[in-house]
Structure formats: structure tokens, C-alpha cells
Design a protein around this ligand. Structure first.
Ligand SMILES: [Fe+2]
Ligand SMILES: [Fe+2]
Ligand SMILES: [Fe+2]
Length: 406
């Protein structure tokens, strides 16, 4: 499989995915990117460096999947355990060729400049430290949320100046203070202006042909972020992807279709990042309100994926996994006329994998019990009967695909 994709669209989609982790506090990465770009314009960065910095700033918190950790990071100025998400972010992004220039910058985005290892080249160290500086500005904005930003900015600038030469490199602080002197810098941080800014930046990118290996690397990063959200969802996306591909191979679908099925499996639960940790890890039945929150996730997956040109099919197959042939699924209420074979495969794989995995409210189920539930759903017209029969006739291998590595 090869697709013609726009790297920046993928990075924006990853940034939208990370925004879900913030629940109510969204656009942190986008504000950090905007502020970093204003500073680097003044620092006369060349275009390739600006591009790298914009992407690194958007993705700097990709090592955070938990809503609790996100809250700490955006509300506390200096937090002892902050290094973990820097290491995790570095590790995640280094697994994708498309992002080869970002891991080193992300690794040090919570390192005080005075403690920056001497082995880091100055350009990387400065980019990393600039992200750190504006990232902390955003945390200070959150701490001043009850005060008008044009009044709060004086206090924020005073605090940042205090760390000139220790947390932050001197010339970066000077540049920031110069830019922060203008009201426009602060007023541009409003959600509607930030969206417009990112849309404009989205126009300034070029498409390139990428092969299956790169698409899988990208999809794997998304899946790692989703599966890291909770110990109960570890490997869920990977299990769904493996099982979907296997079912596709049993149906003799083409290699390209199997690749896309695997990618859709990896991406299907992106929207789960918007679910607060407490709901996802609740050991008992969900309340009506918690169920309603839970039901948002496949729509959120769709919203993120359909905007990536070239991902249209993957978006449909991934995001329709709670639709049913009977039309009683959610949130699009499609029925058998609207559900392609591949979307039906993902739906079966999703349920099969979830039942085979331990959840906070129940243990993992044995294969006979899984099949009883899956067959019952097919009998009620929710799942595709042909697919559930196929799974039943290859039950041991399906269980292995769904659970290997868990
Ligand atoms: Fe951050
Ligand atoms: Fe789901
Ligand atoms: Fe799922």
C-alpha cells in the first residue's frame, strides 16, 4: 500500500488526538507551537528549523496519555516526575521515519538549561529549551485563568524572568519578553484564533508519497498513545489490528486491504483519549452520564481521521466499530447498507479482543464464553454472521492474534 499524504496533516491529527487527553483543557500543544513560532521568527530561524520546531512543539506532550498527568503538567510549574513523559515521547517518535528530527528536541523539553547535557548540540538544546519556556508560560496562563490575560501577563513575565539563566537560556527569555510585550501575542492564544493559525499553517505543507511501512509506523504511534492510557487498554488496539488483518487474510482480501485493515484496527479507539481515566478504570457499572461520555469516542476517532487526505477508508473502517448491521449501534446509526465488509471486520475484532482482555469490572473471558456472546450478537443482527462463523472456525488462532503480547 502507498498513500499520498501530507506530513503536516498527520502531525495536526496527532495534535488533535493529544488534545483529547486534556478533556476540558485543550489546545495546549497548539498554543505552545504558536508561541514557539513567534519567538523563533524573532530569532531568525531558517524555514526548515521553523518547520521542525512547529512540529516538535505540537507533539511535545505525546508521552502523556493520562488525563491526570496532563492536568499536573499544565497546571504545575515544575514537577519532579515530568521527565518520564519526555523520555516516553522521545521513544515513541523515534520509531517513525517521518518524525526523525523531533525526538531529541522532545527529550529535553523539561530540562533546565543549566542542566542541559553538554553532548546536545546547541541548536537542539535551544529548540528544546524554547519549547520548555513557552510550555511553562502556558502552565502559568492556566494558573491565572481567573484573571484577564492582559493583566495576568505581567505576573507571568515576572515569573519567567526569575528563571533567566537557570531554567531558561538567557537569549530565549529576552526574546520571549520582547514579544510578550505586545498584546497581540496574548490575544492570539484564544481558541478560535489558535485554530485559524493552525489551519493557515496546514496550508503551508506539501504532500509526499509514503509506503505501507511509514503508514504503519504512524498508526503504531497513535495506537501506543491510546493503549498507554490505561493498564486495561494495553495492547487493545494492537490486538484488534492483528485480529482484523487475520480475518482479512482468511477472506483472501488483497495485501493492500489487509494493510489498511491493520491500520484501521490500530486507529479505531483514538477517541478513547477523551474519556477521563476514572471512567475508563471504574471497577463497577457506569452511570448513564458516564455511558454517554464513553459513547463519544468512536465519533472523536472519525473526526480526527477523516481530515487526513488518503485516510478516508481507514477513517470509516476504524470509526464505525460501534455501528451494527441492525442499525442499533452508535453514533452514526448506519445499517448493513452502510457498513462495508472491512468495518464489519473491525467491529467483530473489537468485541472479540475486548472480551478476551481483563477489564476493571470483569476478568478476561475464556474462548467459549467469548464465542457465546459474539454469536448471540450475530443472532440478534448486530454483527455479521459470516464473520463470526469464520472466527469460530479459527478460534484458537483468533484468540492468539487478539491477545499475544498482553
Ligand atoms: Fe506541555
Ligand atoms: Fe471503541
Ligand atoms: Fe476498541
Amino acid at each position: 500500500m502507498t498513500l499520498r499524504v501530507d506530513t503536516r496533516q498527520i502531525i495536526h491529527a496527532l495534535s488533535d488526538t493529544l488534545d483529547l487527553v486534556g478533556v476540558d483543557d485543550v489546545q495546549h500543544g497548539k498554543r505552545v507551537a504558536f508561541m514557539a513560532m513567534q519567538c523563533c521568527k524573532d530569532l531568525n530561524y531558517d524555514l526548515p528549523s521553523m518547520r521542525t520546531l512547529y512540529h516538535a512543539a505540537l507533539l511535545h506532550d505525546c508521552g502523556v496519555s493520562s488525563t491526570r498527568v496532563h492536568h499536573k503538567l499544565v497546571t504545575e510549574l515544575d514537577w519532579r516526575e515530568s521527565q518520564y513523559h519526555c523520555l516516553r515521547g522521545e521513544q515513541l517518535l523515534s520509531s517513525c521515519q517521518l518524525f526523525h528530527d523531533l525526538p531529541a528536541i522532545i527529550r529535553y523539553h523539561h530540562t533546565h538549561y543549566e542542566n542541559m547535557p553538554a553532548s546536545i548540540d546547541r541548536k537542539t538544546a535551544l529548540m528544546s529549551n524554547l519549547i520548555y519556556l513557552v510550555d511553562r508560560v502556558d502552565a502559568l496562563i492556566a494558573q491565572h485563568k481567573d484573571v484577564d490575560i492582559l493583566i495576568a501577563r505581567k505576573d507571568i513575565c515576572r515569573i519567567i524572568s526569575k528563571y533567566r539563566g537557570t531554567f531558561f537560556e538567557e537569549s530565549l527569555v529576552d526574546t520571549f519578553l520582547k514579544i510578550a510585550d505586545g498584546e497581540i501575542f496574548w490575544l492570539s492564544l484564544e481558541p478560535r484564533h489558535i485554530i485559524t493559525y493552525c489551519m493557515d499553517m496546514g496550508q503551508k505543507s506539501q504532500k509526499q508519497i509514503v509506503d505501507q511501512e511509514i503508514i504503519m509506523e504512524v498508526a503504531t504511534i497513535f495506537a501506543e498513545i491510546v493503549d498507554a492510557k490505561s493498564t486495561f487498554t494495553v495492547e487493545h488496539s494492537f490486538g484488534v489490528a492483528r485480529l482484523s488483518r487475520y480475518i482479512g487474510s482468511l477472506l483472501c482480501l488483497s495485501g493492500a486491504k489487509q494493510d489498511m485493515l491493520e491500520a484501521a484496527g490500530l486507529l479505531h479507539d483514538l477517541g478513547k483519549l477523551i474519556i477521563p481515566d476514572e471512567i475508563l478504570e471504574k471497577p463497577g457499572p457506569l452511570t448513564e452520564e458516564e455511558k454517554a461520555i464513553m459513547m463519544r469516542h468512536s465519533f472523536e476517532s472519525y473526526q480526527i481521521l477523516y481530515r487526513i487526505d488518503g485516510f478516508e477508508k481507514i477513517a470509516r473502517w476504524a470509526a464505525f466499530h460501534h455501528e451494527t448491521l441492525s442499525g442499533k449501534g452508535y453514533p452514526f446509526h448506519l445499517n448493513e447498507d452502510g457498513l462495508e465488509l472491512e468495518a464489519r471486520i473491525i467491529a467483530v475484532a473489537d468485541i472479540f479482543q475486548a472480551l478476551s482482555q481483563k477489564r476493571p469490572y470483569r476478568d478476561s473471558l475464556p474462548s467459549e464464553k467469548i464465542m457465546a456472546i459474539v454469536n448471540n450478537m450475530a443472532a440478534e443482527g448486530h454483527l455479521d454472521h459470516q464473520l463470526t462463523s469464520l472466527v469460530e472456525s479459527h478460534l484458537d488462532e483468533c484468540l492468539r492474534k487478539a491477545t499475544c503480547g498482553v
